[in-house]
Design a protein around this ligand. Sequence first.
Ligand code: S3P
Length: 445
Amino acid sequence: MPAPQVAVIRGPAQQLSGRVRVPGDKSVSHRLAMLAALADGESEIEGFLEAADCLSTLACLSKLGVRARLEGGRLRVLGRGLRGLEEPGDVLDAGNSGTTMRLLAGILAGQPFFSVLTGDDSLRRRPMDRIVRPLGAMGAHIMGRAGDRFAPLAIRGGNLRATCYRSPVASAQVKSAVLLAGLYADGPTTVVEPAPSRDHTERLLRGLGVSVETWVDAEGGFAARVIPPAKLPPIRARVPGDFSSAAFWVAAAVIHPNAQVTIDGVGLNPTRTGFLDVLKMMGAEVGAEVTGEAAGEPVGIITARSSHLKPAEVGGRLIPRLIDELPLVALVACFADGITVIRDAAELRVKESDRLAGVAEGLSRLGVEVRELPDGLVITGPARLAAAELDARGDHRLAMAWAIAGLTAAGETRIVGAESVAVSYPAFWETLVQLAGPVARLVPA
Ligand code: S3P
């Protein structure tokens, strides 16, 4: 992480307008790098996200003997084949990245060697028992702190048994860890989740010719099953723009009174675009059009402009489809005519920070009437935001949500922990200035 920074936003921005692109999808970048490492031969990936989280994945892969070169967003990976990874000589550091730790743990569970995964303070506080349990049931030996709940994780893998695992949480990271371990199992491996989570792993594996079936089972669970392949072919792919990065500009446009924004080349995978569904429920002027495909994902254009907003009830199966956008749902709700309720979102408490607590604290500092529930938030709109000093809690998505809030608040909003933006969207501040003018500056903390 770069040195601590404070972002200073001088609001309100007079207008917000323009046509932008967003960097490559974080989830897809991680997965492509890992699968390329396991493929036979040289893979070439365009538009790889050059941000701290995905660089953590590359650093871990390098310690496993994988040679990769990243130049101007083009990643070349010399695959080692499914069974060619080397025992790392040192601890693998996933930094701030949950996806790196959980998906790599799935792969490492299949390797006949010893490895240790660790991460930063935030990642070492996040639950890992959710992957230790299923990978253990497949036969991997994994130990972690506090009764195997937290990293560092020590893994001795190999000889995996096929299994059917019912996950109590809808989590793409859990599902992907099990499916990736399933590449090494002695038969078909199934994972069932209570609601559909993002399906990038399934799409990418299918694109490589691996058999991945999905269905809704007799108990209403969402199942995915992988049949272990003999090998993986090299990959040629372009990473779609990250919907979760685009979402900041969409939110900014609908809450700002003088805004019109277009975003090109964005991934529009329906398991990711729940935020657009909620915005439409709220009466927002947003549109999305699929124009092509990249890495097995629909890709297209999003348009958004100043909107008159109604409140909404957000919960249930929608939650995994907008999990990373919930801070933005809460922010948009501040501008709606009435009370918005977010429920079934307890997972937000175990993200890079406790995002329910962080959002509730930030919004109340901005002068919004907000109540925290064990699994959600109640927000009363419409509010007029007052500039404030806000804490990103080291969490990239909170830092960016507060920057968007600052665009509409009169006065100087200061965001402590602004450096965390480097985790997923290093060009964020540049794009903010492109759309809103010179309203933001970064100063050393
Ligand atoms: C991700 C899955 C989600 C999401 C995270 C990225 C992934 O986490 O919040 O930012 O790449 O699979 P969970 O699987 O924990 O819900």
